[in-house]
Design a protein around this ligand. Structure first.
Ligand code: DGL
Length: 290
C-alpha cells in the first residue's frame, strides 16, 4: 500500500524547518506541507491555553489540506498539546518529545541527561517524564534557556557573542553554582551529565557552539533527527509511504505556509537554511470552534 498525500509539519515559526530538513533527508520520496504560525511565535513563553488553542487552529488547517500524517515539530506544542491533538484527529500525529527522549535515554552511559528547552516545555516536564518512561534509572536535569531562540532568530549562529550567550545559558548544567552561588542541581560531587538533549526546534542550528561549550565527553542529541526516523517507521507500519519501501520517488513537492509575513519568513529561512529556500505562502487560521 502507498499513499502520495503530503505529510503536514507544524511549528510555531521557522525553527521547525530543522525537523523538516531531517524528514526530507530521511524520506526523500515524501511530499510535505510546512506550516509556521509566525504571526504568534514564539510559543515557548506563552501560557499553556494559548499554545493549545494556536496549535489546534494550525492542525485544523493542515487536516483541511488532506495530509496523511502530521509531525508536531514544535517542542513546546508537543509538550503542552500532543494529547489533546491526538484526541481531536483520526490521523497519526507524531510529536518530537518521545523520539528525542528515547534517543537520549539510549545515548547516556552514566544515566545523567541534561535537557534544554523553552520555559513552557521545561514547565511541562514532558521530557523528564518521557526519559523516565524509557529508563527510570536516568537522572534528568531540565533547564530552560529562553535566550537561545532570540539568538537564532537574529541569525547569530556563530561568533564570539553567540558563543558567550550559549556558554552563559548552559552554565547551570555544567557549573556547580548559579550567579547567586546557589547550587542548581542536587547531585553527588563530580557527577555530570554525559548527554545533552536539544529540546527546542532552534537549538540544532547552534549545535557546533553547544557541542564546544558542552565538551567532547558530552553526547549531543537532537529531537529533529530522532523524529525523522520515527516518522519513517510510522509511515512504513501504517502503509502510508509515498513509494514502496520509502525509496526516493520523483515528484515529491514541498509547500511552505506561514501565518506571518512571507517575505520575513523567506528571509529568515534563507539565512538559516540557504539562499535557495523556496517561496512561502501566507495563510489565515480559522478560530477553532470545538
Ligand atoms: N518551536 C519552539 C519549540 O521547539 C521554539 C520557538 C517558540 O518558542 O515558539 O519549543
Amino acid at each position: 500500500m502507498t499513499d502520495s498525500r503530503p505529510i503536514g509539519v507544524f511549528d510555531s515559526g521557522v525553527g521547525g524547518l530543522t525537523v523538516l530538513r531531517e524528514i526530507i533527508r530521511r524520506s526523500p520520496g515524501e511530499s510535505t506541507i510546512y506550516l509556521g504560525d509566525n504571526a504568534r511565535a514564539p510559543y515557548g513563553v506563552r501560557p499553556d491555553e494559548e499554545v493549545l488553542a494556536f496549535s489546534t487552529q494550525s492542525l485544523d488547517l493542515l487536516v483541511e489540506r488532506d495530509v496523511k500524517a502530521i509531525v508536531v515539530a514544535c517542542n513546546t506544542s508537543t509538550a503542552v498539546a500532543i494529547g489533546a491533538l491526538r484526541r481531536r484527529y483520526d490521523l497519526p500525529i507524531l510529536g518530537v518529545i518521545r523520539p528525542g527522549a528515547s534517543a537520549a535515554a539510549l545515548a547516556t552511559r552514566n544515566r545523567r541527561v541534561g535537557v534544554i528547552a523553552t520555559p513552557a516545555t521545561i514547565r511541562s516536564h514532558a521530557y523528564f517524564g518521557a526519559i523516565k518512561d524509557e529508563n527510570p534509572a536516568v537522572e534528568v536535569y531540565e533547564h530552560a534557556t529562553p535566550t537561545l531562540v532570540p539568538l537564532v532568530e537574529a541569525g547569530e549562529l556563530t561568533g564570539a557573542s553567540a558563543e558567550a550567550a550559549v556558554a552563559e545559558a548552559l552554565a547551570p548544567l555544567f557549573g556547580e553554582r548559579d550567579a547567586e552561588g546557589e547550587s542548581i542541581f542536587p547531585r553527588p560531587p563530580g557527577a555530570t551529565i554525559d548527554t545533552l538533549l536539544l529540546g527546542c526546534t532552534h537549538y540544532p542550528l547552534l549545535r557546533p557552539i553547544i557541542a564546544a561549550v558542552a565538551g567532547e565527553h558530552v553526547a549531543i542529541v537532537d529531537s529533529a533527527t530522532a523524529t525523522a526516523s520515527a516518522l519513517a517507521e510510522l509511515l512504513s507500519i501504517n502503509g502510508l509511504e509515498a513509494s514502496p519501501g520509502g525509496v526516493g520517488a520523483p515528484g515529491a513537492s514541498h509547500l511552505q505556509l506561514t501565518t506571518g509575513d512571507p517575505g520575513s519568513f523567506h528571509t529568515l529561512a534563507g539565512r538559516l537554511f540557504g539562499a535557495a529556500f523556496p517561496d512561502v505562502e501566507r495563510v489565515e487560521l480559522a478560530v477553532a470552534t470545538r
